[in-house]
Design a protein around this ligand. Structure first.
Ligand code: ATP
Ligand code: MG
Length: 152
């Protein structure tokens, strides 16, 4: 079992230096302690990719918030940034392999394609919402273990 809150705290530590350079703050806004079934390293890769994007596309001194929404059978992790945002036209393509709005930002354009696959391997789903010039939210919905008390 993987404790998602601890996992996200690890991601924040991992990206701290990169965020600090831009004056970007990453906040974990949740009292929930969801525990799910899955491969810890694969789950780390999912959230490292998403939060790495949030840092990369944030403006100086931006704030990134990570939060959980609990439902009966699912937990949704939302990563919200106040960065450059993505136009509607580009948003349809960001999960395509190698697609990048601006290749000069570096990277390979594979992060979200891989992330999408890893989320599916965990029987989850990933959705993105964005407003150009205002910011982006990425929602990852993952199934909670069935028939177990929370925290088991
Ligand atoms: P890599 O992840 O391989 O280092 P990448 O970050 O460019 O490279 P993806 O993570 O797949 O690749 O993202 C694809 C493209 O989607 C990005 O290049 C960027 O144009 C856009 N994008 C992704 N996340 C965000 C975000 N939070 N804000 C603005 N644009 C984003
Ligand atoms: Mg990326």
């Amino acid at each position: 079992s993987v404790n998602l809150k601890e996992l996200l705290q690890e991601i924040i530590l991992n990206l701290w230096a990169k965020a600090e350079q831009k004056g970007v703050k990453i906040l974990l806004e949740s009292e929930e302690k969801p525990v799910i079934h899955g491969d810890a390293n694969r789950l780390k890769q999912i959230f490292l990719n998403i939060v790495d994007n949030a840092v990369k596309f944030s403006h100086e001194n931006g704030v990134i918030t990570l939060s959980f929404t609990m439902e009966e059978k699912f937990v949704t992790v939302t990563v919200r940034d106040q960065g450059i945002g993505i136009s509607e036209e580009h948003l349809r393509r960001v999960k395509d392999r190698f697609f990048q709005v601006n290749p000069l930002n570096g990277g390979t354009g594979l992060g979200l394609a891989i992330t999408q696959q890893l989320v599916e391997l965990h029987h989850g789903s990933m959705e993105m919402e964005s407003v150009l010039g205002e910011g982006t939210s990425v929602m990852v919905r993952l199934p909670l273990p069935e028939g177990e008390p929370p925290g088991a």
